[in-house]
Write a protein that binds this ligand. Structure first.
Ligand code: SF4
Ligand code: SF4
Length: 201
């Protein structure tokens, strides 16, 4: 191809591509916006409930939690992210009881697999859906989840219903067996009659 013609054709190809790009830009300029302005929209931003961010241990208004310090979550954590320490205390009735001392969770090594939450028999821990977990100090990643002075929430004792009355005593004697009538065969009956006739003669 002639170099001049090639040069001119290159200019037209570039112009065509430029016009195509500008057409897309013009079209998008008038469409409804789907992007969000963060952090300006922080107050109205809605994060899905399924988003797992930070593990926490809910405490009620009496500073009580549901963790029995059983250690199941710690044993199920694949990363060794949870450390549960406990003390043995004596109850009023003289029994020994395990009491939570410290529940420590490491945000830095957690993979948010949720195994700890699923396997907890007391529903004592949950993930919240906070989304701003960035920080400058690594030491803040290690957190104690049980609050100072908190204690285990006592379960309300449920009174067992009274046992149902025993059924009336069943008769111990077995029912009398019906007498079985033995049917005598007709041939045997005749033989008997003959023998009795001979005896009479
Ligand atoms: S979410 Fe998974 S990795 Fe994180 S603490 Fe629980 S069990 Fe461990
Ligand atoms: S959080 Fe649940 S599984 Fe973990 S120690 Fe407490 S009661 Fe046990």
């Amino acid at each position: 191809m002639n170099p001049f013609i090639k040069y001119i054709s290159g200019i037209f190809t570039a112009l065509k591509a430029l016009i195509g790009g500008l057409r897309v830009t013009w079209r998008e300029l008038w469409r409804k916006k789907v992007t969000m302005q963060y952090p300006e929209n922080r107050e109205t931003l809605v994060i899905s409930d399924r988003w797992r961010s930070e593990l926490h241990m809910p405490h009620d208004e009496n500073n009580e939690h549901a963790c029995t310090a059983c250690g199941i979550c710690m044993n199920n954590c694949p990363n060794g992210t949870i450390k549960v320490t406990s003390n043995m205390e004596e109850t009023e009735d003289g029994k020994k009881k395990r009491v939570l001392d410290k529940y420590v969770w490491d945000y830095g090594t957690c993979t948010f697999c949720n195994l700890c939450v699923i396997t907890c028999p007391s529903d004592a821990i949950q993930f919240n859906n906070d989304f701003e977990g960035a920080m400058y100090d690594r030491s803040k990643l290690i957190r104690q989840l049980n609050k100072p002075g908190s204690k285990l929430r006592e379960k309300e004792k449920v009174e067992k219903p009274a046992a149902p009355a025993k059924e009336a005593a069943k008769p111990t004697e077995a029912p009398a067996k019906k007498e079985e009538k033995k049917e005598i065969a007709p041939e045997a009956k005749k033989a008997d009659e003959k023998s009795s006739d001979k005896e009479n003669k």
